[in-house]
Ligand binder design. Structure first.
Ligand code: MN
Ligand code: MN
Length: 427
């Protein structure tokens, strides 16, 4: 048999688990080369990685897709990513007119509109209603237990839903059709004061998502409410918010201080330019649930006790970081990396390693790390969430820091292609 497994090594662009220092060896066995290409820093982790840290990554591409007439949905919860106990997420699309039916759940719901537009409705426990149209870059927040609905408008709508409990599942929400289907008709008749015959055609089971008609303008659907509308709006225009801009990228922070309804979820929408890095930091108050919107990233998490582990992420991936674990995120691609850091908290909070050191007595810092004035003088008292770690694929020492260049080129591109590897790692 000519097509033996050893032939894999001769395919173009096949990455190999061999580090620059020679550690490792060629992998000739059964393997998923596409996966390995997506995870260069898991296949060849930095030598500073050590010990055992639980899995901190799950891709929406590896989840079950629930397909309905009217849209689709998929989820990453504690079932897919067992360490993610604090938060869970759902990625959903509704067609134009597609309805995520009237429902409620035990958890609060925070959402980011990825593309298109939708109309959302809700009524709170005091009988105050809410209706609004949302578009790309907007958020909504529904407090725990408050009934609501979502409907796709003209172009349909894709969004990310985040819940303040890792055990949430979209299969366990309270839907209006489910309750009707499981209530005796005489009880329904008594409850609403109408004859039982009114309920002759109600759905026999939950609809969850169904195809409806695109509604008219929001003004035409507003229901006059004797109790008024909800006092704190359930929507927030996040992309319209002025970002914190630093060399290397930008950050938009949203929590209950600028989006008062969002009492249990805080978030940061981070943009990291090519060659930029979300600086070394940690969060004192909450686990972090991440969602990657664009680009490719490498994140290393430090979990104390001599342990650190590196993961790769790309659009559609979920990342997770337990509270207080140190971490940083590098953009390793040639387009901007956009991702969300989402927290179960009413306030966003992070601690910057750089700022901490800058605001600590110099002598004390130097005594710990055996470093000279070069580092001490470079420390910043102002927090820069995103920093530049590379200029054109090289750091300030001129040393290549592109992940593809610091690997043996002859192993990465086995057909003697190393001559084609340019400084920026592209062929
Ligand atoms: Mn919901
Ligand atoms: Mn973080």
């Amino acid at each position: 048999m000519k097509k033996g497994p050893e032939n894999q090594a001769s395919f173009g662009n096949v990455p190999q688990p061999v580090r620059e220092d020679g550690a490792g060896g060629i992998d000739l066995g059964p393997r998923d080369v596409l996966r390995d290409l997506e995870n260069p820093d898991m296949l060849v982790p930095p030598a500073s990685d050590a010990g055992s840290i639980p899995n901190l990554k799950f891709s929406f591409s590896d989840t079950h897709m629930q397909l309905k007439h009217g849209g689709w949905s998929r989820e990453v919860t504690v079932r897919q990513l067992p360490i993610a106990t604090a938060l869970a997420g759902v990625n959903m699309y509704l067609t134009p007119g597609g309805v995520r039916e009237l429902h409620w759940h035990k958890q609060a719901e925070w959402a980011y509109v990825i593309l298109g537009s939708a109309r959302i409705t809700a009524v709170d426990q005091h009988g105050r209603n809410f209706i609004a149209d949302v578009g790309a870059g907007d958020l909504w927040y529904f407090p725990a237990g408050i009934p609501h609905s979502i409907q796709g408008l003209g172009e349909g709508c894709e969004f990310l839903l985040v819940f303040d409990d890792g055990s949430f599942t979209e299969y366990d929400t309270f839907t209006i059709t489910d309750w009707f289907a499981h209530t005796a008709k005489d009880v329904l008749a008594a409850n609403f004061g109408v004859p039982e015959s009114v309920f002759a055609h109600i759905p026999a089971k939950q609809r969850y998502i169904f195809q409806g008609k695109v509604p008219g303008p929001v003004e035409t659907q507003k229901v006059p409410d004797p109790y008024g509308t909800v006092p704190k709006t359930f929507t927030h225009r996040l992309l319209a918010q002025e970002p914190i801009v630093t060399p290397g990228g930008s950050v938009r922070i949203v929590d209950s201080t600028n989006f008062p309804a969002s009492a249990t979820i805080a978030a940061a929408l981070v943009e990291v330019e090519p060659g930029g890095m979300r600086e070394m930091h940690w969060h004192p108050n909450s686990d972090e649930w991440q969602y990657y919107l664009t680009g490719t990233a490498r994140m290393t998490v430090f979990a104390a006790n001599g342990t650190a582990r590196t993961f790769n992420y790309r659009a559609g991936d979920v990342g997770y970081i337990p509270r207080a674990y140190g971490h940083y995120i590098q953009n390793i691609g040639d387009q901007s990396l956009w991702f969300f850091e989402i927290f179960k908290s009413n306030r966003y909070a992070d601690v910057s390693l750089n700022q901490w050191m800058a605001l600590t007595p110099e002598e004390l810092v130097r005594a710990h790390l055996h470093v000279g004035p070069e580092l001490i003088n470079a420390l910043r008292k102002e927090k820069w969430p995103v920093v530049k770690f590379a200029v054109n694929g090289r750091n300030e020492n001129g040393k290549s820091c592109h992940p593809y260049v610091r690997r043996p080129a002859n192993l990465l591109f086995p057909k003697g292609a190393e001559g084609k590897v340019q400084e920026n790692g592209k062929r």
